[in-house]
Ligand binder design. Sequence first.
Ligand code: TRP
Length: 332
Amino acid sequence: MFKDQKVSYSGVQPSGNLTIGNYLGAIRNFSEYSEQYKTFYCVVDQHAITVRQVPAELRRRTYETLALYMACGLDPEKNTLYVQSMVHEHAELAWILNCFTMFGELSRMTQFKDKSAKHADNINAGLFTYPTLMAADILLYQTDVVPVGIDQKQHVELCRDIAERFNQLYPGTFTVPQPIIAKHGMKIMSLADPTKKMSKSDENPNAVVYILDDRDSIIRKFKRAVTDSGSEIRYDEEKPGVSNLMTVYSCFTGKTLEEIEREFAGCGYGDFKLAVGEVTADALAPVQNRFAELLADKAYLEAQMKKGAEEASWYARRTLAKVQKKLGFVQL
Ligand code: TRP
């Protein structure tokens, strides 16, 4: 579909809040992607309703997610940013792919097993077929690469299996995508338990720093971060607490671990934690200001949503028509 450029596709949930882990591990690097790929970012509101949502909150978070991505540097002129439910081809292709996905495959998805345990009173069919909608998202754009967290790797692998199966029956239909898993060094760990990844759904509010946290909260959370025995500021896998803080400091300042060790030689954990809090708050301030500006201009955000949906539809329509034709649906 794009003769000279590979396609990168990613979906983002309109739920919760993004963390500094999301920012440092993924979002901050998005602008580099748009140099290299034709990039699509989709706010997946249709995936979101696989668990119950309050309509007004879903709507508000859809705007917020779009604004936050833009505030983090995603330029709507260089990337296609859009909302899933505005492009009806996603749901249509998902139905078709459901007919090429096995019950057994979906039953093995760890996210399905986890979410059904967590929402035992609402194990709906959408939760079960969540991965086929995700496969439709990806395959509609003849995607080459899918940058995702490790938790979504299984879904991308299933998407590959579905695409290969479909291509076997109907040759040359879909590009088979590759997952790209975020680099290891950028993984930010929980401040309460540095052996666990920082997760936006963590129940302990002190474990997670959100991109939109105010300065005082950021500094307070870092002050309370769990550190290890000893007092030296030294990177050591045996000391995950201080090592995690050093990673954060390094990511926000661009300093190497050795430079940080030298800078804080002779200082205690208390001083270092305060410094980490301050550089984080300083680095996030411009993102937060831009976010507030964007959110205050709903008309602008809506114009971007409309433009993004039009761009996305153009590609999605072509792939869906190709699939329908291959399947034997009558085309008028
Ligand atoms: N399931 C992904 C998540 O929870 C979101 C998602 C939906 C996605 N569609 C996608 C990610 C397509 C990558 C590509 O994070």
